[in-house]
Design a protein around this ligand. Structure first.
Ligand code: SF4
Ligand code: SF4
Length: 71
């Protein structure tokens, strides 16, 4: 079973400091235009919460989207 996560970035709060895409171990968040974070893939997110915990502006919310049932 694989947990699914959904990455939410509030761009009204984000200051494009880059911490989230520096710490993300799976490159679920990457560097986008003008150094702003870009959500590359929710599928890559392992829910480690490092981005959300380290974001100085509390701009990131990681939600568990549900549990995938193996087919
Ligand atoms: S850590 Fe927070 S403020 Fe910094 S780029 Fe990521 S979302 Fe924006
Ligand atoms: S919770 Fe972890 S894996 Fe998911 S986007 Fe944040 S740093 Fe990357």
């Amino acid at each position: 079973m694989t947990k699914k996560f959904s990455i939410e970035i509030d761009f009204k709060l984000c200051k494009s400091c880059g911490i989230c895409y520096w710490v993300c171990p799976t490159h679920a968040i990457v560097k986008g235009e003008l150094e702003a974070p870009k959500i590359e893939s929710n599928e890559k997110c392992i829910g480690c919460m490092q981005c959300a915990n380290l974001c100085p502006d509390f701009a990131i919310n990681i939600r568990q989207a549900g549990v995938r049932v193996p087919s």
